[in-house]
Ligand binder design. Structure first.
Ligand code: MRU
Ligand code: ZN
Length: 202
């Protein structure tokens, strides 16, 4: 995807995520794959609901900035990890919702979503009569180490996961393009909201 389109898609995604309350303070980060070696990603520390295209920058798949004067997202290496591993990934979204934060703190190594019609937002699922295990990984301020843990986890999975949760921190999803990534994020967060409400009814 070209730079202009990618940067606009990221700005619009920020507004959408902010409207849903999923990027409080300066939380969250987003990216779009530009070509085989480069991605457009959010600059670190910006409020994601008020981004302009100046708050988007280019890094390579090692996370090295094209413009060294700009500092990319603290979690850039998690974006790079997704693009490196999953060739079909064209856009990545990360958000900090109440539901993903609370449920990931209570979960074990994965959080199982079952019986929801919205499971069909995930690839390969054509019915609600399914269950999806969303991996939950420990939070870590050492992002390179976190990505090594994710790579080890992915090595052992039988299929591409629908995304993942970082415990007490947030969610990551990806898809071939930004509209599909937003749909996956909205589907995942809807189901997490439901799961949280179900727990409070118990
Ligand atoms: C507001 S604290 C959140 C950050 O530590 C981080 O997890 C985050 O999502 C945003 O970091 P950023 O460097 O702006 O991409
Ligand atoms: Zn985060």
């Amino acid at each position: 995807m070209g730079w202009d389109q990618a940067a606009e898609a990221i700005v619009a995604a920020g507004r959408r995520m902010d409207a849903r309350g999923w990027v409080p303070a300066t939380a969250g980060n987003f990216s779009v794959r530009l070509d085989a070696r480069r991605l457009a990603v959010t600059v670190s520390g910006r409020h994601k609901g008020f981004l302009t295209t100046d708050d988007v920058m280019v890094v390579d798949l090692d996370g090295v900035a094209e413009d060294p004067a700009k500092r990319s997202s603290a979690e850039t290496l998690l974006h790079c990890g997704i693009y490196r591993r999953f060739p079909e990934a064209g856009a990545v979204l990360h958000g900090h919702s109440i539901a993903n934060t609370v449920l990931s703190r209570a979960a074990g190594e994965s959080l199982v979503l079952a019986g929801f019609e919205l499971l069909k937002v995930f690839p390969g699922l054509a019915t609600h009569e399914a269950e999806v295990a969303v991996p939950v990984v420990p939070n870590d301020q050492d992002i390179a180490r976190m990505q090594r843990g994710l790579d080890a986890l992915w090595d052992g999975l039988p299929s591409v996961p629908p995304g993942y949760l970082i415990r007490g921190h947030g969610s990551y999803v990806w898809a071939p393009d930004m509209p599909s990534a937003l749909a996956r994020m909205e589907g995942l967060e809807f189901m997490l909201d439901c799961a949280l409400k179900e727990r409070s009814l118990r």
